[in-house]
Ligand binder design. Structure first.
Ligand code: GLN
Length: 545
């Protein structure tokens, strides 16, 4: 059996948004469950260096790694599925590749040669893929390519994969995730678009080794046969991937199609013992839950598509915690600007079991969120603020309890009389120079919790580490006054300077807590985040009343 590192490329055919990320995560998961060390890597085609500067409503959530990388949301799926931490090495963009090649050219590292799109760009892509393998010591590295086969900007990436495959054919596999439409008029699955994608791959010198058929229904045997013919593949390598109840069904479904064993066979690897029992049990449990808990997410990054991509880690964290408490969350998307226009609508919040105000940037919609934070406090509705939601909670408290009229964050109102949230000292210059890329306070930092606080009880440890992404903070000048007025800063940076958690004590409010960090990045299906768990428990108690 070969001992060399194996690479599985996951590419999409026909159209985007058919679950490539979930498929790549699931492949990682099932190989891991069979005892292999895996690493998942995402390559995005855009020229941006990272996702940090991209509008969330357009591209989805910006996922933050322990090391502060601002990455594509798929890294969140990888973490949730494989329970492994992603870092800089797990995320490539066209921008990073070009920046590195140009930097080396400027350093004379090409020794006077022309530096060419071909082969220097694919070579740098290969170097990055191999560096990820090395860093993770992965036996199998799963590389997901963003975009769809046939796209112009994917070409250097496909070429990199082709070069790797031609060098070591037995170590490199190609998985095409394709879509089988069923036109309503015909009522029958069609494979022609998938065949076209296969031809697109052929035109760049590649043939898929596996085809995963996404569709609303399981792929029919006829369709599987057609695709297996077009690709000259045994039929066991054509995998059916119908719509599922939850994304957590995907690995279970793939194993029903025997994907793990067939993949290993194709790579010349032996099947080690399989352990997917906990996961399978969770996927089965989710379907049986009938009790509901109603959560409102008050945000502003809503567009016609859906909010699911924008707030994916928040949604999944709600899911994990609710499932652990045997409840199914029903999520309501509440556009904060509505409450600004008509505060009477706040009344609808009474119907909810809990409210989350997630992360965000800029002034638009913030007055509505502040109204919501205030309403939740007065009406004893469980409230959980994530980063921006914590800052807005603090502003609402300063305005209503301390009577600091017009209190605000300098982000929204640089001239406010009461800047209870202010620019962090090290951010002032960066903002002035418009130096915005990857310059926030990013990634994991420790915090100490106050004995007996709601946060401390939830975590059950005195020191935590969580991931951050912000430029503003609770203004140290106002900490004492806010505390005197009853707001408890129960989590602080170890030097005591940065306020990491604001809360109201349990005897004052059933759950009123905000975090300067983003707990949603660390929740896992089998180990929900302690703060989400505490919040959901409070929501369930309210629902019972
Ligand atoms: N806009 C706020 C800040 O920069 C909050 C950021 C966030 O919610 N991630 O501090």
């Amino acid at each position: 059996m070969s001992k060399s590192a194996k690479y599985i490329f996951v590419v999409g055919g026909v159209m985007s948004s058919v679950g490539k990320g979930i498929a790549a995560s699931s492949i990682g998961k099932i190989l891991q469950s069979r005892g292999y060390r895996v690493a998942n890597l995402k390559a995005d085609m855009y020229v941006n260096i990272d996702a940090g500067t991209i509008r969330p409503a357009e591209h989805g959530e910006v996922f933050v790694g322990e090391d502060g990388i601002e990455a594509d949301q798929d890294l969140g799926n990888y973490e949730r599925f494989t329970n492994q931490t992603s870092a800089r090495d797990n995320y490539i963009t066209t921008g990073q590749i070009y920046a590195e090649v140009i930097k080396r050219e400027r350093n004379l590292e090409y020794e006077g040669e022309d530096v060419e799109v071909y082969p220097d760009i694919p070579k740098e892509i290969i170097r990055r893929i191999e560096a990820c393998q090395k860093k993770n010591q992965s036996e199998v590295t799963v590389i997901e390519y963003g975009g769809t086969v046939g796209e112009y900007q994917l070409l250097p990436f496909l070429e990199a994969a082709r070069m790797m495959k031609s060098k070591n054919p037995e170590d490199v596999l190609f998985v095409l995730i394709s879509y089988l439409p069923t036109p309503a008029l015909l009522g029958e699955q069609k494979s022609k678009p998938t065949q076209r994608s296969v031809i697109d791959l052929h035109s760049v010198g590649l043939n898929p080794d596996f085809v995963i058929c996404r569709a609303d229904k399981p792929a029919t045997l006829d369709i599987k046969k057609t695709i297996s013919n077009v690709c000259s593949l045994p039929i066991e390598r054509i995998i059916s991937a119908p719509d599922i109840y939850s994304i957590y069904d995907a690995p279970v479904n793939f194993e029903k199609e025997n994907l793990g064993a067939v993949l290993l066979k194709a790579m010349g690897l032996s099947t080690r013992k399989k352990d997917l029992a906990d996961w399978t049990a969770l996927a089965a449990k989710i379907k049986k839950i009938d009790k509901e808990v109603q959560i409102g997410i008050v945000g502003k990054y809503f567009n016609f598509k859906s909010c699911k991509d924008t707030y994916i880690s928040v949604i999944e964290s709600i899911n994990h915690a609710s499932w652990a408490e045997n409840h199914k969350p029903k999520i309501f998307w509440l556009d904060s600007e509505r409450y600004e226009k008509d505060p009477a609508q706040l009344k609808e919040l009474d119907e909810l079991d809990g409210i989350i105000v997630p992360g965000g940037f800029g002034k638009r919609g913030t007055e509505g969120m502040i109204l919501v934070a205030d309403y939740a406090r007065r009406k004893n509705i469980p409230y959980f603020g994530l980063c921006f939601g914590m800052q807005l909670l603090t502003i609402a408290y300063a305005r209503s309890v301390l009577k600091f009229d017009g209190a605000n964050s300098t982000e929204m109102d640089p001239e406010t009389k009461y800047p209870v949230i202010a620019t962090m000292a090290d951010q002032v210059e960066k903002i002035k120079n418009k130096n915005y890329g990857a310059t926030m306070r990013l990634g994991a930092y420790p915090a100490k919790l106050s004995e007996g606080s709601v946060a401390h009880v939830a975590y059950d440890v005195a020191e935590i580490s969580e991931r951050h992404r912000h430029r503003y903070e609770v203004n140290p000048k106002y900490i004492l006054e806010l505390e005197k007025a009853g707001l408890v800063f129960s989590g602080r940076s170890p030097d005591g300077i940065l306020m990491e958690i604001a809360e109201l004590p349990k005897n004052v409010h059933p759950f009123y807590l905000g975090t300067q960090f983003h707990p949603e990045f660390k929740s896992r299906p089998l180990s929900p985040h302690p703060l989400f768990l505490a919040f959901i428990k409070a929501c369930i108690s309210k629902a019972k009343k």
